[in-house]
Design a protein around this ligand. Structure first.
Ligand SMILES: *[C@@H]1O[C@H](CO)[C@@H](O)[C@H](O)[C@H]1NC(C)=O
Length: 396
């Protein structure tokens, strides 16, 4: 090596600091700890106003901002994190647990517990949200006049959002809702609620484009992921679901004028003891809605009641739709490499609209068993092709 000219690179430690200060988001971010606004990590002091004040300052900051929530338990009523803000990089870093009021009536009619509206460039990282929903569930399960409940965390009309490493427990209603958003990344999230808790969907996406859900584990009483009207370019990968009602596109077609769902990929998902696996569901009534360009790839079913299902005759309580057919057009849906066990005889069910049959359904390498025997398939008004090994034998 002697005699070779030394290249002009900075010393490694200098280099570390250059990189650190150039790319570490916290290096230049203004810091807002909820403690300095009066929040108390004691699990009983109401910290709602402190969180709202920390948000107001972070949102008014002209430089990137970090709101930090240290370890401990923070009691919170409804908090509205409202934009637009003066900067496009706010990190809410949670090390502790946010706890909803134990009396479900306090936020039960508020629709949301924690809601971000009209924000751009917000990340929520870490932490636990405890919705304390059990009281409301038992009210609902015993059928008395109960409030509808509050979604634990919602982003609405917002862009460039990240939710990372968050745990959501026992929401009164949906755990996480993404509504009217663009470019959202949900990663490493854990949702858990009882298998018999009503309407506690894990992650609900609607009217949104470019949402990605990765590496998450969802066990709840309703859909693990539900995909509503107006969703496009949704990517779901590496999700474990159970208990729950599966990953569900729908219910669609409740309204006569409704935005469609398109370009949805669900890749590498595991369903354990769930009511459904991969479901598309629409109301049996007129609508201009649609679902198209859907890919379900690499799914494992463990004792799932309806592993693959399209149900276009949804009509709870047989009210406002008897005798009507779904207007929702379902086309180009691919099921690729789906295997495992069904808890019922019919593992593949395509019950499509009489007026608008499903078209372009593809089954490729599907193998589903019932009690270690090939399961059955049932089709009505469904067209498409099967290739590779397909068991149960395709009825397309
Ligand atoms: C479909 O969605 C993916 C993200 O899931 C996106 O990368 C791709 O561009 C979309 N395709 C179209 C045609 O919109």
């Amino acid at each position: 090596m002697a005699g070779l000219p030394l290249p002009m690179i900075p010393h490694p430690i200098t280099l570390f600091f250059i990189v650190f200060f150039a790319f570490s988001p916290s290096a230049k971010a203004a810091q807002f700890s909820v403690l300095s606004y009066g929040a108390k990590p004691d699990g009983k002091t109401d910290s709602t106003k402190a969180f709202a004040a920390a948000w107001a300052h972070a949102c008014a900051s002209t430089q990137p901002a970090t709101i930090s929530v240290p370890k401990g338990s923070f009691s919170l009523g409804q908090v509205r994190f409202q934009g637009p803000c003066k900067n496009r990089a706010i990190l809410l870093r949670i090390d502790g647990t946010l706890v909803a009021p134990s009396d479900y009536k306090v936020i039960g009619n508020a629709k949301n517990w924690l809601i971000f509206e009209h924000v751009n460039g917000v990340a929520v990282s870490g932490g636990t949200l405890d919705g304390q929903g059990a009281g409301l569930w038992s009210c609902k399960n015993s059928g008395k006049g109960c409030p509808r409940g509050a979604t634990s965390l919602e982003f609405t009309n917002s862009n460039n959002i990240a939710i990372t490493g968050l745990a959501s427990l026992n929401s009164q209603l949906f755990h996480i809702v993404i509504n009217g958003c663009q470019n959202v990344k949900v990663q490493g999230v854990k949702v858990s609620a009882a298998g018999n808790s009503p309407n506690t969907d894990g992650i609900h996406v609607q009217s949104s484009t470019g949402v990605t859900i990765l590496n998450s584990r969802i066990g709840t009483g309703d859909d693990c992921v539900s995909i509503g009207p107006g969703t496009s370019s949704l990517w779901i990968e590496n999700v474990a679901c159970g208990p729950g009602h599966g990953i569900s596109i729908g219910s669609l077609g409740k309204e006569s004028q409704e935005a469609g769902v398109q370009n949805v990929t669900v890749k590498t998902a595991t369903f354990t003891g769930t009511q459904n696996g991969l479901r598309i569901k629409s109301w049996g009534r007129p609508s201009n809605g649609f679902a198209r360009d859907i890919l379900f790839q690499h799914a494992v079913m463990n004792n799932v009641q309806n592993p693959i299902v399209i149900d276009q005759n949804y009509c709870p309580g047989e009210k406002n739709c008897p005798g009507q057919v779904s207007g929702v057009k379902i086309s180009d849906v691919t099921y690729q490499d789906i295997h495992g066990s069904s808890a019922t005889e019919v593992a593949v069910k395509f019950d499509c609209s009489k007026k608008y049959p499903c078209t372009g359904i593809k089954l490729e390498d599907v193998k589903l068993t019932f009690k270690n025997q090939p399961a059955e398939a049932s089709c009505s008004n469904a067209g498409g092709v099967a290739s590779g090994l397909v068991q149960p034998t395709s009825c397309l």
